[in-house]
Design a protein around this ligand. Structure first.
Ligand SMILES: [Cu+2]
Length: 511
């Protein structure tokens, strides 16, 4: 087995975030360990054989994160982050989305292949304070761990920093037939990785921490818990990692170099399980692993680290032996043929700091940058034009799942052979992906260092349905949203501060 073990992080060490001048090193919290928060499962308002109904409320709250004053936070049906939503494949989902925040937000389903721009919940689907929006869509995609986050441009980063991020699990029959841990909260855990800086009175201050290359803080926050432990009561535990940080990459490994098995990436199981003892996850990616604690005994502790900073203490208790063997094949990835007459589409991720752009342009909400027909299979070449050593840009597409075909002409990494919606791209690297859309609409694609997307490293495409080729979409514009923010914050437009605005202003660009 040893020779099959992956023992590196794959990515260019020179591009790791810790080489950045603005890097904020993680620090081990000095507070008492607390039980890891497991977000509860959101109860449907109603469920039938064919339909599921949920109400999702964006709300303010406060949480005892550190000793002393509670921290003011935002969340979905919870004071911070949110309850975990379950979507069953084949069912039609009806969402009642309610905004109880003091400012405009949107409800974006990162990873769901649902029509845009309204159901998708990007910047064109605002819900103003005190108002609500109802959307419905059908779930027709493989089992996966996806997520909900706010996406009102150009203030996505600040709202996610306040806490607007929640996990969602897509279930299907194939995944349910495999011998995988799925007892939620016991041996199947969402692990949302974030970092924060606590200012006076334990409060967060996004503006004070602002960095156009991504905001980071020294304190790891896991599922909204500072310095968590988890009581292990089964031999095997499935961890569904989500990098919910605005900017931070996490280089994950366990004490004793404990090996683990990756079983899934963003939007599907992997074709084959991958044994490893190191795993890098970049912003917005999901990586699912199974950890086997079989060699430990009650009283032992296993620690999950990023670099040399402990993130979670796994306290080992009694468990029954578990000799389940994973099948060698977990998932058969579809392999649709690319139309040879369709040219490769090139996307460049350009610049750093305020100069960030995509294909040389900053994002404009009312501009369509590319059009493609529904169901057409295309190859896209995504290039990070920062020369090495630059930074890794996690490239994300709304509304679709794509396949990584090659990295600079070489085979993709063994843990990115399933369906993806976010792919990390090294400085100077070209990554080829194969993609198609099963749903029509307008969709954004962007870097998922959230300050980069707010700063303009983003574009949008229109997927044309041949049955309705002239369909017009009502697109919002930045100014409308910015005026709403100014009004809600009771400041004149010339005193409004939103992180992303700086990037346009400093480059002398209109929004
Ligand atoms: Cu970026």
């Amino acid at each position: 087995m040893a020779e099959d073990m992956i023992t590196n992080y794959f990515y260019d060490e020179a591009a790791y975030d810790y080489h950045d001048g603005g890097y904020v090193p993680l620090e081990e919290p000095q507070t008492e360990q607390k039980p890891l928060n497991i977000p509860s499962l959101l109860k449907p308002d109603k469920e039938t054989a064919t339909d599921m109904y949920y109400t999702i409320v964006a709300q303010t709250g406060e949480v005892q994160l550190l000793p002393g004053q509670k921290t003011k936070t935002w969340g979905y049906n919870a004071p911070l982050l949110g309850q975990t939503v379950v979507f069953k494949r084949g069912k039609t989902i009806h969402l009642h989305l309610v905004n109880h925040l003091p400012e405009v937000t949107t409800f974006h389903w990162h990873g769901l292949a649902i029509p845009g721009p309204i159901e998708d919940g990007g910047c064109h689907a605002p819900v103003y304070p005190g108002q609500s929006r109802d959307v419905s869509f059908k779930i027709n995609q493989p089992a996966a761990f996806v997520w909900l986050h706010a996406h009102p441009c150009p203030s996505t980063a600040e709202q996610v920093w306040h806490g607007l991020a929640a996990g969602a699990i897509v279930q299907d029959e194939h995944e349910a037939s495999l011998p995988l841990p799925r007892n939620y909260g016991v041996d199947d855990l969402p692990i949302i990785l974030q970092d924060r800086r606590f200012h006076e009175n334990n409060q967060w201050d996004y503006r004070a921490d602002y960095d156009p290359d991504g905001v980071a803080g020294p304190t790891p926050m896991i599922n909204g818990t500072i310095n968590p432990y988890f009581d292990v009561t089964t031999q095997k535990v499935r961890l569904r990692f989500l990098d919910g940080a605005n900017r931070r990459e996490w280089r994950l490994h366990f004490s004793d170099n404990l090996p683990f098995t990756q079983i899934a990436g963003d939007l599907s199981l992997l074709p084959h399980p991958v044994k490893m003892n190191k795993l890098l996850i970049t912003c917005a990616e999901r990586q699912e692993i199974i950890v086997d604690f079989g060699k430990y005994k009650p009283g032992d502790e296993v620690i999950l680290y990023s670099d040399d900073v402990p993130l979670i203490h796994f306290r080992i208790h009694e468990f029954k032996p578990d000799n389940t063997v994973l099948p060698n094949t977990l998932y058969q990835r579809p392999d649709p043929e690319v139309d040879p007459d369709v040219p490769v589409h090139h996307v460049t991720l350009d610049g750093m700091d305020e100069s960030v752009a995509m294909n040389g342009k900053k994002f404009k909400m009312d501009r369509i940058d590319f059009k493609m027909p529904l169901n057409q299979v295309q190859i896209w070449d995504i290039c990070n034009t920062n020369p090495a050593p630059g930074m890794i840009h996690p490239y994300h597409m709304h509304g679709t799942a794509f396949e990584v075909i090659s990295r600079d002409g070489h085979a993709p990494y063994p843990n990115e052979l399933g369906l993806k919606d976010t792919v990390a791209i090294n400085p100077g690297e070209h990554v080829k992906i194969k993609l198609w859309f099963d749903v029509p609409g307008v969709f954004m694609y962007h870097c998922h260092i959230i300050e980069h997307e707010d700063g303009g490293m983003m574009a949008q495409l229109q997927v044309i349905d041949p049955a309705d080729p002239d369909k017009k979409y009502k697109l919002m514009d930045h100014m409308t949203l910015m005026k709403a923010f100014a009004e809600e914050r009771h400041v004149p437009m010339d005193q409004l501060w939103l992180g992303g605005m700086d990037s346009y202003k400093k480059m002398g660009m209109e929004m």
